[in-house]
Design a protein around this ligand. Sequence first.
Ligand code: SAM
Length: 820
Amino acid sequence: MIGGPNLEMALQQDEDPLIIDKLPSDDEWIAGNENEGETQTEEAIDNLDIDLFEDGEGDRGKETVQEDEEEEWIDSDFDTNSQEFMDTERFKLADASLSTYTSKRLEAYASPRKGKTPRGPIPPFKTLWRLKALIFRLQLKLKGIPCKSAKKKKGMTVGFVSFESVEQLKGALEELEGKSFGNKGIKVADVKPRSFEKKNISTMAIPPNAEKTDKIAISGDVVDVSVSSNGTQDVDGDEENSTLNGSASSGKSARDVVTPLAHMPYSEQLEHKKSSLMQILKRLTRNARKACPNGVSLPEWVLKSREIGGLPCNFEGILASPLVNGYRNKCEFSVGYSLQGKITVGFMLGNFREGVTAVEEPVDCPNVSTIACKYASIFQEFLQDSGLPVWNRFKNTGFWRQLTVREGRRPEKVADSANSETNTAEVMLMVQVSTMGFDDVLVTSEFERLAQAFAAGAAASSASLPLTALVVQDHQGISNVAPADAPLRSLTIPKVEISPETGTNILSEARIHDYISNLTFSISPTAFFQVNTLAAEKLYALAGDWAGLGPDTLLFDVCCGTGTIGLTLAHRVGMVVGIEMNASAVLDAQRNAEINGIKNCRFVCSKAEDVMGSLLKEYLNASQKQDENQNISESGDKVSSTAEEKDISTDNGQDPKGSLCHSAENVAEHGESSSHEVEKVKTGSDSLEDGKPEPDSQVESNCTSENGNPSVQCFKNVVAIVDPPRGGLHPTVSNTPAVYISCNPESLVANAIELCTPSAEKSEKGNNKNRGWRNMSAAGLARHRAKSMPVSEPFRPLKSMAVDLFPHTAHCEMVMLLER
Ligand SMILES: C[S@@+](CC[C@H](N)C(=O)[O-])C[C@H]1O[C@@H](n2cnc3c(N)ncnc32)[C@H](O)[C@@H]1O
């Protein structure tokens, strides 16, 4: 349970601990509650999901903290508008703990350190941290106002607060009057309006500036408005009237927002990405140095980094995308209103959190295919006179939300041609709607009209557009990102066959196919598939080359999605075990193994962190059993102990001898065959959910040997290719040598810090203060992970390389080889 005795007392003393009489002064924050346990406080704050910056304890590097801080965001996830959230216990506890936390941290910073030079003035990041606290307090004071975030730019820290009314805003101004942080004044200014500006802004920025100032300047025509995360809503809350948008003031187009590098020649884009990635890699070295516990030698790779300009390992450059324009095989178009107030299907001009909701057509976005643009335009046309409303992001009401266009190419190699219309053989459309509260009859009739509109539009196109499947996803949530189990419904389109038994669509039609390394991949509506197929092929080949594969290799494809990595590399290894938490992706993977006649793959539906250890153990046991069998047959003696009794496995489930086996027995233990699972899908009725394995269940497709003999196969080495989602993965997943792939270099760096740094517990039991390295954007994530890292030998980064899967954008995939 979070919270110590004092915290409980505080809750008892005051029925509503959120109400504070006056904004505490800086000193009062520092005074805090002396007796509160630090860990509990940290936990409380962790649970609130606020990234707070710490005092740099354990900082052993030469770099200044500021260096790491310059581009940092503190994401305050308490920018929720809901009273519900404010009432949560964790919110209250975190609040009560905040002053203690500040106190402890500042105290720790100021206290003399044995054998070390005294610290200078509190570094600038303290200011950021305190600003966070100020916003937090202000939020509490004004009960329920949404506070956005604090950002540290060069020499300036800025926070944003939004208000529901002029009164609230005035109240905040009074509270802030004369307040300062240490020797820094607070400047209160009007936020440069970003959305529906001028007529309805009620936002201010509070930059506790490096320049000393206590000037308060706030202006703006504030009216009684409903709230958005940045005070950006129109008077009556009707989105369609609120067409003045921040993006208009900044003059940004959909092209600028979606493809910010499109103005550069492609070679320049690659150079640009290369140098940003090198900076990120250097940050890994710096932070790993800080993360290294006192008294523990720095890992050799950190020491050697000086020889390669601070890089953690060799960076071997960036591989270009074979296709630079129109490469996306999947586009998600938002439904909303344009700056001119027209119902539009396209891209949002900014972040909803920043109050931007205007949607513009995907004009001149070079990463989008012509087919995707055409379907967006057909849908937009349809929506102009639909009987159902488009989704309103402020009110969370409406019906039509999003269109996803997924394309499957022809099997031939098409790298030299950028014309998606001739390369695309199949198209799947998924329309996201929110049906709650709408009349079923009306909804059904609108769906019929929609299917007709798409079919007619596709046929009318100059080169008629493929239309393979049309699916509706029903999602009520606030963001358009629907959970994996959001209900799907397949709509009849002229080309879809009708099942003779059920009279409904054959569900297997709701999928398309694409081709990688001469293999066919079947893709269901919500399954992950790399958006740039040809560049993905390069990525997988690189990962395979670095993984050191051979016939004796057991390859773990961690976060395998539809099985693409494992299946394309299956012919180079003894066996592939794919792990994936999305049940329909696992079914796709099984189906893909079957379509391609690949038999040495097994797919497990679970969170990787939950099963990786046991899977390794399972293969170890098989190895042990085989050794025993060999002993029996060789000596004729009976072996008495079992593998478990001998406990040959290490804590992390690794094979101490580096040899693993897989037997037919393993296959039998794990049940159903892939074909059985695929059958389930085929016999499903109208719901695409049918045939899905239970979440977290161990649905697997197992194979034994190439010829199907129940022979035992031995593996001399085990390697993992880990391809996690943007946020990274629990680091304990990677116990084996790993090729780590990431579409988010920041999370790769966070994971690599955890994996490649010696554990504190090993030599400094109980020391949990060496977390200076967490001053990075993935800090919150890393903090959680660091706590649960087992004591183990750290990995070392051996080499890294990028593959550009996303030309014209700032993103790319990063590959890093980690070894022990
Ligand atoms: C970036 S995709 C990679 C998929 C696949 N490797 C590919 O290239 O197509 C990440 C995948 O990880 C899955 N995933 C996310 N968290 C996971 C976890 N904790 N354990 C297993 N799979 C996870 C997601 O469902 C998604 O399919």
